[in-house]
Design a protein around this ligand. Structure first.
Ligand SMILES: Cc1cc2nc3c(=O)[nH]c(=O)nc-3n(C[C@H](O)[C@H](O)[C@H](O)COP(=O)(O)OP(=O)(O)OC[C@H]3O[C@@H](n4cnc5c(N)ncnc54)[C@H](O)[C@@H]3O)c2cc1C
Length: 383
């Protein structure tokens, strides 16, 4: 049994390991010169620097945590994010502490009571719901939060006004009626002790796995109405593809939209900022600055600190950009389905992962989906 896997990110590497352990001879083709996909990192000045943006591991899924724990030790890490509102740092998601930092004490007391009365304590309430509250003070508060924490940030991130986005994006944005300031509340919140790249190196280190780096699979692989072709021959081998679906099929139905990012890395004096990640929600062209030593190692040491500024931009093909976030509105999802349906005709071909499924997914979901896919493929092979 043979499998060809395109991409050495969490989706591809997890599939590779599981199939290899089940007797498949696996070839992983990765166009980068490194493994790890988006989660690739490298050690510099006392921190793991994430080349494709800050990555924080968190999950509710025990099997994902257990699977990854075979390849790394962890240290506990709870992520906290601040927003810089013209020099005032407030916790995000917006919580009761943020309320106290942005309103005078009497007004803050009044709003806190109104919110607790209306929605209960320790609740996450979507901002759009608060904007419709019968109490005028609560509506004004919601407008303040929307304008100062979401509106400009969202416009920078997506290059579109909040009204132009899929409504589900804004529906998910909450205000916390509590003093909880952790960004995630998942059961498992850890960072890998020796960084993410080391996980991939260990996961792919198996006698049944061969990894070819610097290899653009599209030079060797094609999918047509007649089948899946590899190195010029039709193949029945299992093929798992974790790259872009439109690129794979040479944009035959049209281009899918993505947002890309430009990262600006700097080495500065340690410490640089009061939290691992600071969002800029009312000013600046960048969306956020991340300081790596605050979330990639147990203790920040040394005089220097590695930071990164993130500038979102529209993704364009053939400009050396990376497609980071699918712009998953109705039109694009319908277009994606044409690609997914086309490849689904071939029973040995599987489109998956962040790019392959045209869906923003966290690392844990990528691993979970890959574990399920590998399991399905192994069961098929047994038939
Ligand atoms: C800025 C940013 C921050 C994020 N932060 C977090 C976070 O904090 N926590 C979290 O859980 N998740 C985070 N994520 C999501 C996380 O990056 C994804 O869950 C993860 O990358 C999914 O893994 P994947 O293998 O599906 O995709 P990828 O990591 O993108 O891997 C796909 C691989 O396929 C390769 N490839 C594509 N086409 C070809 C080809 N033709 N030939 C050969 N190789 C090819 C690519 O080079 C890449 O290495 C973040 C994402 C972004 C964009």
């Amino acid at each position: 049994m043979r499998a060809i896997i395109v991409g050495a990110g969490f989706s591809g590497a997890t599939c590779a390991r599981c199939l290899a352990e089940n007797g498949f001879s696996v070839t992983v083709l990765e166009k980068n010169n490194t493994v790890g996909g988006n989660a690739f990192d490298e050690y510099k000045n006392g921190a793991y620097v994430h080349k494709y943006g800050p990555h924080i591991f968190h999950t509710q899924k025990q099997r994902v945590f257990e699977f990854l724990s075979r390849f790394t030790e962890w240290f506990p890490y709870e992520h906290r994010v601040l927003a810089n509102l013209n020099g005032t740092f407030i916790p995000v998601p917006f919580n009761l502490e943020s309320l106290r930092k942005t309103f005078p004490p009497e007004k803050a007391d009044k709003l806190e009571n109104a919110l607790k009365r209306g929605y209960g304590e320790n609740k996450k309430v979507p901002i759009l719901e608060l904007k419709k509250d019968p109490d005028k003070d609560v509506r004004e508060f919601a407008d303040f939060v929307f304008d100062n924490v979401f509106r400009f940030y969202t416009e920078k991130q997506w290059g579109r006004k909040p009204e132009e986005l899929d409504p589900t994006v804004m529906q998910r944005v909450p205000v916390y009626i509590s003093y909880e300031d952790r960004y995630f509340t998942d059961a498992y919140q850890y960072q890998p002790k020796r960084g993410f790249t080391a996980i991939f190196e260990k996961m792919l280190d198996h006698e049944n796995i061969a990894v070819e780096l610097g290899c653009d699979a599209l030079k060797r692989l094609s999918v047509t109405e007649d089948g899946v072709f590899f190195d010029g021959k039709k193949t029945d081998d299992v093929v798992i593809y974790t790259g872009q679906a439109d690129e794979l099929l040479h944009y035959r139905f049209g281009k899918l939209s993505y947002r890309s990012l430009r990262f600006e890395f700097r080495t500065v004096k340690n410490p640089f900022q009061p939290a691992a990640v600071v969002n800029y929600t009312v000013s600046e062209d960048y969306t956020r600055i991340s300081e790596f030593n605050k979330f990639t190692c147990e203790k920040a040491e040394g005089e220097l600190s590695e930071i990164v500024y993130e500038y979102p931009l529209e993704y364009e093909t053939d400009r050396g950009m990376i497609a980071y976030y699918p712009v998953a509105n109705e039109e694009n999802v319908a277009l994606y389905k044409k690609y997914a349906n086309f490849v689904a005709k071939h029973k040995n071909f599987y489109l998956t992962g962040r790019l392959g499924s045209y869906k923003y997914i966290n690392m844990d979901v990528a691993v979970d989906n890959a574990l399920t896919l590998a399991d399905t493929i192994c069961k098929e092979a047994e038939k």
